[in-house]
Design a protein around this ligand. Structure first.
Ligand code: HBI
Ligand code: FE
Length: 277
Protein backbone atom coordinates (compact mmCIF):
# COMPACT_ATOMS: atom_id res chain seq x y z
CA UNK A 1 0.00 0.00 0.00
CA UNK A 2 1.45 3.38 -0.92
CA UNK A 3 2.46 5.78 1.82
CA UNK A 4 -0.18 8.47 2.45
CA UNK A 5 0.26 11.98 1.01
CA UNK A 6 0.40 13.44 4.53
CA UNK A 7 3.14 11.05 5.66
CA UNK A 8 5.09 11.53 2.44
CA UNK A 9 4.72 15.34 2.72
CA UNK A 10 6.21 15.19 6.21
CA UNK A 11 9.08 12.97 5.02
CA UNK A 12 9.91 15.30 2.13
CA UNK A 13 9.80 18.37 4.38
CA UNK A 14 12.08 16.57 6.86
CA UNK A 15 14.52 15.83 4.00
CA UNK A 16 14.38 19.46 2.91
CA UNK A 17 12.89 18.64 -0.50
CA UNK A 18 11.51 21.73 -2.19
CA UNK A 19 8.07 20.65 -3.37
CA UNK A 20 4.87 21.40 -1.46
CA UNK A 21 3.21 18.00 -1.14
CA UNK A 22 0.40 19.16 1.11
CA UNK A 23 -1.72 20.15 -1.92
CA UNK A 24 -1.36 16.72 -3.58
CA UNK A 25 -4.26 14.57 -4.75
CA UNK A 26 -4.12 10.95 -3.52
CA UNK A 27 -2.23 10.10 -6.75
CA UNK A 28 0.38 12.74 -5.76
CA UNK A 29 -0.56 15.11 -8.59
CA UNK A 30 -1.15 18.86 -8.17
CA UNK A 31 -2.27 21.67 -10.47
CA UNK A 32 0.62 23.26 -12.42
CA UNK A 33 -0.48 26.77 -11.23
CA UNK A 34 0.88 28.82 -14.08
CA UNK A 35 2.01 31.72 -11.87
CA UNK A 36 5.70 31.84 -12.68
CA UNK A 37 7.77 34.98 -12.06
CA UNK A 38 9.66 36.96 -14.68
CA UNK A 39 12.83 35.41 -13.22
CA UNK A 40 11.39 31.91 -13.69
CA UNK A 41 10.63 32.71 -17.34
CA UNK A 42 14.13 34.11 -17.80
CA UNK A 43 15.73 31.02 -16.19
CA UNK A 44 13.65 28.79 -18.49
CA UNK A 45 14.68 30.69 -21.63
CA UNK A 46 18.35 30.77 -20.55
CA UNK A 47 18.42 27.02 -19.90
CA UNK A 48 16.64 26.23 -23.19
CA UNK A 49 18.84 28.56 -25.30
CA UNK A 50 22.02 27.09 -23.85
CA UNK A 51 20.95 23.45 -23.98
CA UNK A 52 19.47 23.52 -27.50
CA UNK A 53 22.87 24.55 -28.86
CA UNK A 54 24.12 21.12 -27.67
CA UNK A 55 21.05 18.99 -28.34
CA UNK A 56 20.99 20.25 -31.93
CA UNK A 57 24.12 18.20 -32.64
CA UNK A 58 24.20 15.57 -29.84
CA UNK A 59 20.57 14.52 -29.34
CA UNK A 60 18.86 11.68 -31.23
CA UNK A 61 16.60 13.06 -33.97
CA UNK A 62 13.50 11.56 -32.25
CA UNK A 63 14.12 13.89 -29.31
CA UNK A 64 14.55 16.90 -31.62
CA UNK A 65 11.41 15.95 -33.57
CA UNK A 66 9.55 15.90 -30.24
CA UNK A 67 10.77 19.38 -29.31
CA UNK A 68 9.56 20.68 -32.67
CA UNK A 69 6.21 18.90 -32.38
CA UNK A 70 5.53 20.10 -28.81
CA UNK A 71 6.96 23.63 -29.10
CA UNK A 72 8.18 24.25 -25.59
CA UNK A 73 11.15 26.58 -25.64
CA UNK A 74 10.17 30.23 -25.77
CA UNK A 75 8.43 30.23 -22.39
CA UNK A 76 7.58 27.87 -19.55
CA UNK A 77 5.14 25.42 -21.12
CA UNK A 78 1.53 25.08 -20.04
CA UNK A 79 1.14 21.41 -19.14
CA UNK A 80 -2.44 21.19 -20.41
CA UNK A 81 -1.51 22.71 -23.79
CA UNK A 82 1.40 20.32 -24.29
CA UNK A 83 -0.65 17.32 -23.11
CA UNK A 84 -3.20 18.10 -25.86
CA UNK A 85 -0.44 17.85 -28.52
CA UNK A 86 1.37 14.88 -26.97
CA UNK A 87 -1.86 12.89 -26.56
CA UNK A 88 -2.47 13.13 -30.33
CA UNK A 89 1.03 11.73 -31.02
CA UNK A 90 1.42 8.80 -28.62
CA UNK A 91 -1.46 8.99 -26.14
CA UNK A 92 0.83 10.34 -23.38
CA UNK A 93 -0.01 13.35 -21.25
CA UNK A 94 1.75 15.32 -18.53
CA UNK A 95 0.63 15.55 -14.92
CA UNK A 96 2.11 18.11 -12.49
CA UNK A 97 3.73 16.88 -9.28
CA UNK A 98 5.61 18.74 -6.51
CA UNK A 99 8.74 16.60 -7.15
CA UNK A 100 9.78 12.97 -6.63
CA UNK A 101 6.79 10.79 -5.69
CA UNK A 102 6.67 7.24 -4.27
CA UNK A 103 7.41 4.39 -6.68
CA UNK A 104 3.90 2.94 -6.69
CA UNK A 105 2.04 6.06 -7.91
CA UNK A 106 4.96 6.82 -10.24
CA UNK A 107 4.68 3.43 -11.95
CA UNK A 108 0.89 3.70 -12.03
CA UNK A 109 1.12 7.05 -13.86
CA UNK A 110 3.55 5.61 -16.42
CA UNK A 111 1.36 2.51 -16.92
CA UNK A 112 -1.49 4.93 -17.80
CA UNK A 113 0.67 7.08 -20.11
CA UNK A 114 0.85 9.98 -17.68
CA UNK A 115 4.34 11.45 -17.17
CA UNK A 116 4.83 13.26 -13.83
CA UNK A 117 6.53 16.65 -14.30
CA UNK A 118 7.72 18.80 -11.39
CA UNK A 119 5.88 22.15 -11.33
CA UNK A 120 8.69 24.34 -9.95
CA UNK A 121 11.87 25.55 -11.65
CA UNK A 122 15.41 25.89 -10.30
CA UNK A 123 16.60 29.38 -9.35
CA UNK A 124 19.16 31.44 -11.27
CA UNK A 125 21.97 30.43 -8.90
CA UNK A 126 21.31 26.70 -9.50
CA UNK A 127 21.57 27.00 -13.28
CA UNK A 128 24.30 24.38 -13.71
CA UNK A 129 23.32 21.68 -11.27
CA UNK A 130 20.42 20.87 -9.03
CA UNK A 131 20.03 17.80 -6.83
CA UNK A 132 16.30 17.24 -7.18
CA UNK A 133 14.71 16.85 -10.63
CA UNK A 134 13.01 20.20 -11.39
CA UNK A 135 10.67 21.19 -14.24
CA UNK A 136 13.57 21.77 -16.62
CA UNK A 137 14.94 18.25 -16.11
CA UNK A 138 11.52 16.61 -16.21
CA UNK A 139 10.05 18.60 -19.08
CA UNK A 140 12.99 19.52 -21.31
CA UNK A 141 14.65 16.18 -20.53
CA UNK A 142 11.90 13.57 -20.45
CA UNK A 143 8.87 14.86 -22.41
CA UNK A 144 10.00 15.32 -26.06
CA UNK A 145 11.09 11.68 -26.50
CA UNK A 146 7.62 10.52 -25.35
CA UNK A 147 6.53 11.55 -28.85
CA UNK A 148 8.59 8.64 -30.25
CA UNK A 149 6.01 5.80 -30.54
CA UNK A 150 8.27 2.84 -29.69
CA UNK A 151 9.92 4.55 -26.70
CA UNK A 152 6.45 5.71 -25.61
CA UNK A 153 5.36 2.05 -25.63
CA UNK A 154 8.46 1.06 -23.63
CA UNK A 155 7.73 3.68 -20.96
CA UNK A 156 4.16 2.44 -20.50
CA UNK A 157 5.37 -1.15 -20.31
CA UNK A 158 8.00 0.00 -17.81
CA UNK A 159 5.19 1.30 -15.59
CA UNK A 160 3.29 -1.99 -15.83
CA UNK A 161 6.13 -4.50 -15.46
CA UNK A 162 8.20 -2.27 -13.19
CA UNK A 163 5.48 -2.14 -10.56
CA UNK A 164 5.21 -5.94 -10.58
CA UNK A 165 8.98 -6.33 -10.24
CA UNK A 166 9.07 -3.90 -7.29
CA UNK A 167 6.46 -6.00 -5.50
CA UNK A 168 8.82 -9.01 -5.63
CA UNK A 169 11.90 -7.15 -4.41
CA UNK A 170 13.23 -5.84 -7.74
CA UNK A 171 13.04 -2.13 -6.85
CA UNK A 172 16.78 -1.44 -7.30
CA UNK A 173 17.04 -3.51 -10.49
CA UNK A 174 14.06 -1.75 -12.05
CA UNK A 175 15.42 1.67 -11.03
CA UNK A 176 18.71 0.83 -12.80
CA UNK A 177 16.85 0.04 -16.03
CA UNK A 178 15.16 3.47 -15.89
CA UNK A 179 18.44 5.14 -14.97
CA UNK A 180 20.53 3.69 -17.82
CA UNK A 181 17.87 4.21 -20.51
CA UNK A 182 15.30 6.94 -19.75
CA UNK A 183 17.89 9.02 -17.85
CA UNK A 184 21.29 8.29 -19.45
CA UNK A 185 20.57 6.24 -22.58
CA UNK A 186 22.56 6.61 -25.80
CA UNK A 187 21.58 5.40 -29.27
CA UNK A 188 23.78 4.24 -32.15
CA UNK A 189 21.69 3.05 -35.07
CA UNK A 190 23.15 1.10 -37.98
CA UNK A 191 25.63 3.33 -39.82
CA UNK A 192 24.62 6.43 -37.83
CA UNK A 193 26.57 8.58 -35.37
CA UNK A 194 26.33 8.07 -31.59
CA UNK A 195 23.51 10.22 -30.14
CA UNK A 196 21.93 10.76 -26.70
CA UNK A 197 18.28 10.55 -25.70
CA UNK A 198 18.28 10.08 -21.88
CA UNK A 199 16.73 12.96 -19.92
CA UNK A 200 19.68 13.28 -17.54
CA UNK A 201 21.86 13.98 -20.58
CA UNK A 202 19.31 16.15 -22.43
CA UNK A 203 19.11 18.44 -19.38
CA UNK A 204 22.83 18.56 -18.46
CA UNK A 205 25.16 21.04 -20.16
CA UNK A 206 28.39 19.27 -19.20
CA UNK A 207 27.41 15.59 -19.09
CA UNK A 208 25.74 15.55 -22.52
CA UNK A 209 29.03 16.58 -24.14
CA UNK A 210 31.04 14.13 -22.02
CA UNK A 211 28.77 11.13 -22.69
CA UNK A 212 28.70 11.55 -26.47
CA UNK A 213 32.05 13.16 -27.30
CA UNK A 214 34.61 12.30 -24.59
CA UNK A 215 37.08 9.46 -25.25
CA UNK A 216 36.86 8.80 -21.49
CA UNK A 217 33.13 7.97 -21.64
CA UNK A 218 32.66 4.22 -21.12
CA UNK A 219 30.15 3.00 -23.76
CA UNK A 220 28.59 -0.45 -23.24
CA UNK A 221 26.27 -2.26 -25.69
CA UNK A 222 22.77 -2.51 -24.20
CA UNK A 223 21.89 -5.80 -22.49
CA UNK A 224 18.80 -5.88 -20.26
CA UNK A 225 20.12 -8.11 -17.48
CA UNK A 226 23.49 -6.33 -17.36
CA UNK A 227 21.73 -2.97 -17.05
CA UNK A 228 19.52 -4.26 -14.25
CA UNK A 229 22.58 -5.54 -12.35
CA UNK A 230 24.81 -2.46 -12.78
CA UNK A 231 25.05 0.03 -9.92
CA UNK A 232 24.92 3.79 -10.49
CA UNK A 233 25.63 6.99 -8.56
CA UNK A 234 23.41 10.04 -8.80
CA UNK A 235 25.82 12.89 -8.17
CA UNK A 236 28.66 12.38 -10.66
CA UNK A 237 29.14 11.58 -14.33
CA UNK A 238 28.13 8.02 -15.16
CA UNK A 239 30.96 5.49 -15.30
CA UNK A 240 29.05 3.54 -17.94
CA UNK A 241 26.63 4.64 -20.69
CA UNK A 242 24.55 1.90 -22.33
CA UNK A 243 24.11 2.20 -26.10
CA UNK A 244 20.93 0.99 -27.84
CA UNK A 245 20.89 -0.13 -31.51
CA UNK A 246 17.25 1.02 -31.71
CA UNK A 247 14.26 1.87 -29.51
CA UNK A 248 12.69 -1.41 -30.66
CA UNK A 249 15.63 -3.33 -29.18
CA UNK A 250 14.82 -1.83 -25.77
CA UNK A 251 11.03 -2.33 -26.03
CA UNK A 252 11.37 -5.90 -27.36
CA UNK A 253 13.94 -6.97 -24.75
CA UNK A 254 11.78 -5.61 -21.95
CA UNK A 255 8.53 -6.98 -23.41
CA UNK A 256 9.89 -10.53 -23.70
CA UNK A 257 11.84 -10.45 -20.41
CA UNK A 258 10.75 -12.72 -17.57
CA UNK A 259 11.21 -10.07 -14.89
CA UNK A 260 10.35 -12.42 -12.03
CA UNK A 261 13.10 -14.82 -13.14
CA UNK A 262 15.66 -12.02 -13.57
CA UNK A 263 14.86 -10.51 -10.17
CA UNK A 264 14.97 -13.92 -8.48
CA UNK A 265 18.30 -14.72 -10.16
CA UNK A 266 20.15 -11.54 -9.17
CA UNK A 267 18.38 -9.70 -6.35
CA UNK A 268 20.67 -11.11 -3.68
CA UNK A 269 23.88 -10.77 -5.73
CA UNK A 270 26.26 -7.80 -5.41
CA UNK A 271 25.70 -5.20 -8.16
CA UNK A 272 28.12 -4.91 -11.08
CA UNK A 273 30.67 -2.08 -11.02
CA UNK A 274 29.90 0.18 -14.04
CA UNK A 275 33.61 0.77 -14.66
CA UNK A 276 34.26 -2.97 -14.93
CA UNK A 277 31.56 -4.06 -17.37
N1 HBI B 1 9.02 10.53 -9.08
N2 HBI B 1 8.27 12.58 -9.93
C1 HBI B 1 9.08 11.49 -10.04
N3 HBI B 1 9.91 11.39 -11.09
C2 HBI B 1 10.73 10.32 -11.24
O1 HBI B 1 11.50 10.23 -12.22
C3 HBI B 1 10.70 9.30 -10.26
C4 HBI B 1 9.81 9.43 -9.20
N4 HBI B 1 9.77 8.48 -8.25
C5 HBI B 1 10.55 7.26 -8.33
C6 HBI B 1 11.49 7.25 -9.46
N5 HBI B 1 11.52 8.21 -10.39
C7 HBI B 1 12.51 6.16 -9.60
O2 HBI B 1 12.51 5.33 -8.45
C8 HBI B 1 12.26 5.30 -10.82
O3 HBI B 1 13.36 4.47 -11.02
C9 HBI B 1 11.04 4.48 -10.65
FE1 FE C 1 14.44 12.06 -14.64
Amino acid sequence: MTISVEAYARECAAQGLRGDYHACQPDFTVEQQYDYSAEDQEVWRTLCDRQTKLTARLAHHSYLDGVDALGLLDRIPDFHEVSERLRKLTGWEIVAVPGLIPNEPFFDHLANRRFPVTNWLRSKKELDYIVEPDMFHDFFGHVPILSQPVFADFMQLYGEKGAAAVRIGGEQMVARLYWYTAEFGLMQEEGAALKAFGAGLMSSFSELQFAVESPDAHHVPFDLETVMRTAYEIDKFQRAYFVLPSFAALRDAFETADMAAIVARWKDSPPLDPSAI
